[in-house]
Design a protein around this ligand. Structure first.
Ligand SMILES: C[S@@+](CC[C@H](N)C(=O)[O-])C[C@H]1O[C@@H](n2cnc3c(N)ncnc32)[C@H](O)[C@@H]1O
Length: 263
């Protein structure tokens, strides 16, 4: 079952874009805290483009990447008239080429990835490959800021729970199950959208994967990043046992360890 297809049309209506608004405000605080000076940004798994819209307001030049054509179509509509390049690509391995020199990768000062996006990667090898791709697309000294569900969030919030809501023309029921063996959680999402006098139903199955904080930090370091901040998301506190969402602030070291050529 493909994900983020018909969901794309209702994502913002459900208020799922609100997370981006919060993350952009938090990212601005993080940029001040770490004195991050950036002009070119890439939002990974940009979804409907709300974070891109917010980061443009901060004066950044933005690009976005997502694998869902439907989510990108919503983003393109939202960002119409703005100079934003949207790429339909999939993590973990991606290559964005420099438009001036197609032998080079496009490089950014800052890469972001918000919400549960990185939890869709199904094992450590994929997560590490995604971190490698981010590293290669950062200029030396560039920054990567992301948030993720913790293992606890998937175990506690996605464990045999049902979330549902009803609006005048939209309703949804999400049934979640956590599987210890695979450290993954399934969300069976059913949506009902009112069209005229009838309701149309569609279903999507979303699977997210749990990573321990220590694993995320190790994979980041193995990819060459310096971990500058690792927080309980939206705070500057260290994650605790009950933390459900972490935010990482990591930096590609400001030296030229790798050739500028396409790697
Ligand atoms: C929870 S949404 C988050 C969207 C956006 N970042 C936000 O904060 O609203 C997850 C997004 O990740 C994208 N995604 C999931 N797995 C992906 C992959 N392997 N490669 C690229 N995009 C992916 C989905 O298409 C979806 O748009």
């Amino acid at each position: 079952m493909s994900v983020y297809r018909r969901f794309a049309a209702v994502y913002d209506l459900m208020g799922a874009d609100h997370h981006s608004v919060r993350m952009v405000a938090y990212t601005r605080k993080l940029m001040r805290r770490f004195k991050i000076e950036a002009t070119a940004g890439l939002d990974l798994c940009c979804g409907t483009g709300s974070a891109i819209a917010g980061l443009l307001e901060c004066g950044l030049t933005m690009a976005g990447l997502d694998r869902s054509a439907e989510m990108l179509a919503v983003a393109a509509k939202k960002l119409r008239g703005r100079h934003v390049t949207l790429y339909q690509k999939s993590l973990p391995r991606f290559r964005l080429l420099d438009s001036q020199n197609s032998r080079r990768l496009r490089r950014f000062d800052i890469v972001t990835s918000f919400y549960d996006s990185l939890n869709y990667l199904s094992d450590e090898r994929e997560l590490r490959a995604a971190f490698d791709s981010v590293y290669r697309h950062l200029r030396p000294g560039g920054w990567f800021i992301f948030d993720m569900n913790t293992a606890r969030a998937l175990k506690m919030l996605w464990s045999q729970d049902v979330y549902a809501d009803v609006r005048s023309d939209l309703a949804w029921v999400w049934k979640n199950t956590y599987y210890d063996k695979t450290r993954s959680a399934d969300c069976h999402a059913t949506f009902f959208v009112k069209k005229g006098c009838t309701w149309q139903r569609f279903d999507e199955l979303h699977t997210e994967y749990a990573y321990d904080n220590s694993t995320v930090r190790r994979l980041l370091k193995d990819a060459g990043f310096q971990v500058k901040g690792f927080y309980r998301c939206f705070t500057f506190d260290r994650p605790a046992g009950r933390t459900c969402r972490i935010c990482g602030v990591v930096r590609r070291p400001p030296t030229r360890r790798h050739a500028e050529q396409v790697e």
